[in-house]
Design a protein around this ligand. Structure first.
Ligand code: ATP
Length: 235
């Protein structure tokens, strides 16, 4: 079945098990271009696994994942890697920067890997570091930065090539409360101003107020669907 034309990401009946242990039990969703969607739910409810399946890091055991007209679930590992590098951005809960590179070099990596000239890559990376309030850290290496600054550099790196979709898995986890609000606002503002679709997995209740829509997972299913499954078991 092909996805609707107006969804940039579309998933149908996605199942995934980690080493035989089920983490997703039939999740379906459609996400429009430029939409900001928050994926919430208790610990272990499947948020990270869903982001993994949507971004092509994990291949669902059952179900389909489409990015525009591309069936992500049937792509080869190399094609999925290319898709992630060229069209998606990723921010995790710990900033994984290259220790030997400066902040701007880290932020510029997706552009340099895509063949953008050194000068243009540097200028664009510096613009993003400025937007994220870490412009003055541009020449420092990760070891000389605070954890919150490193996470901002990681966010800049995820946005620098203006991906179609930004996946953010607990992006505010390493930040203090004040930093969290600002990082979230920067992420969502960048998404809106550059028409980047944002899929944010989080426990942070503030995210729901910034997102267009919230998908709540419980035990690997969408919240409503989890209730229905429990009712049909007890009936
Ligand atoms: N690599 C793994 N190997 C085995 N089981 C895993 C693995 N990753 C996740 N799981 C299990 O799959 C289920 C869903 O985990 P997942 O990390 O997707 O949930 P989550 O909602 O993102 O949790 P959290 O809020 O703690 O990050 C959990 O039961 C978890 O223990």
């Amino acid at each position: 079945m092909a996805p609707p034309d107006n969804d940039v990401l579309w998933a149908r009946d996605v199942h995934y098990a980690h080493n035989g242990s089920p983490a997703l039990l039939g999740v379906s969703l459609g996400i429009r271009q430029g939409e900001i969607i928050a994926v919430t739910g208790p610990r272990g409810s499947g948020k990270s696994t869903l982001l993994g399946c949507l971004s092509g890091q994990l291949v669902p055991g059952r179900g389909e994942v489409w990015f525009n007209s591309m069936p992500v679930h049937t792509l080869t590992a190399t094609s999925r890697e290319r898709l992630r590098r060229d069209r998606f951005g990723w921010v995790g809960d710990t900033p994984q920067l290259v220790a030997e590179l400066t902040a701007w070099e880290n932020a510029a990596l997706p552009l340099l890997l895509a063949g953008t000239g050194h000068r243009k890559a540097r200028r664009t990376a510096l613009e993003w570091l400025d937007r994220l309030d870490v412009g003055d850290c541009a020449r420092k290496r990760p070891a000389a930065l605070l954890q919150a600054q490193r996470q901002r550099v990681a966010i800049a790196r995820a946005l620098v090539h203006q991906p179609d979709v930004l996946f953010a898995d607990e992006p505010t986890a390493p930040l203090h409360r004040a930093d969290r609000a600002q990082a979230l606002r920067t992420l969502t503002t960048a998404g809106r101003s550059h028409s980047i679709t944002v899929v944010l997995a989080t426990h942070d209740t503030e995210v729901s107020t910034l997102a267009d829509r919230t998908l709540t997972l419980v035990d690997g299913r969408e919240a409503g669907a989890a209730n229905e499954a429990a009712c049909s078991l007890s009936a």
